[in-house]
Design a protein around this ligand. Structure first.
Ligand SMILES: [Zn+2]
Length: 190
């Protein structure tokens, strides 16, 4: 090695090498801060575990943020109280029997009306089905998590569609009525 060239020691094998070397000629390890980080993770199981836990914890934190509006829902979602959500009406809803992949389904399409001053996200809708004699024969509550979410603007309307697999013979479902059971503020993550 020519004199005057700056030198340093490899942090792994402690042999002397040129200061600008990217790979140690003695132990073949990459030099530099990113490589040092990777070697620390590889050779120190504790650090690797801490790194994985940080990633997992971060994901749980993100999920908990997304679930916050659901956590603050009124008790009506889980209770049996049938109090209507104030300021939110089902303006129109029609049911059409159909088929999906060979199985009978009931498709309900309709409009939701928000009479309030704030935009509301629909969290739970309930469909009550009656037979030709007007008897209640089935009730379905549909909650939106991530896959299905309708936000109704203030003093506005939004269309919705529910698809229900009937557990009784489909021809017994003569009519339906849809109720809004729970709403939440618009979710900034959706
Ligand atoms: Zn080395």
């Amino acid at each position: 090695m020519a004199s005057g060239e700056s030198q340093r020691r490899c942090p792994w094998c402690v042999e002397v090498l040129r200061a600008e070397a990217r790979v140690c000629p003695h132990c073949a390890r990459w030099q530099g801060p990113i490589a040092a980080c990777v070697y620390h993770l590889l050779y120190r199981p504790f650090a690797a575990c801490a790194f994985v836990l940080c990633i997992v914890g971060f994901q749980f934190w993100i999920i908990s943020l997304a679930l916050q509006p659901l956590a603050s829902l009124p008790a009506v979602v889980l209770g049996t109280s049938e109090a209507a959500v104030e300021g939110m009406d089902v303006a129109a809803a029609e049911m059409t029997p159909g088929e999906m992949e060979g199985e009978p389904v009931l498709a309900i399409v309709g409009r939701l009306r928000n009479n309030g001053e704030d935009a509301r996200r629909i969290v739970a809708l309930e469909a009550q089905f009656t037979d030709a004699d007007g008897r209640l024969i089935d009730v379905r509550r549909l909650r939106s998590w991530y896959t299905w979410s309708v936000t109704v603007p203030p003093h506005g309307e939004a269309a919705f569609r529910l698809v229900v697999s009937p557990e009784l013979p489909a021809e017994r479902y003569a009519s339906q009525q849809v109720f809004v059971r729970a709403t939440a503020p618009p979710n900034p993550f959706l």
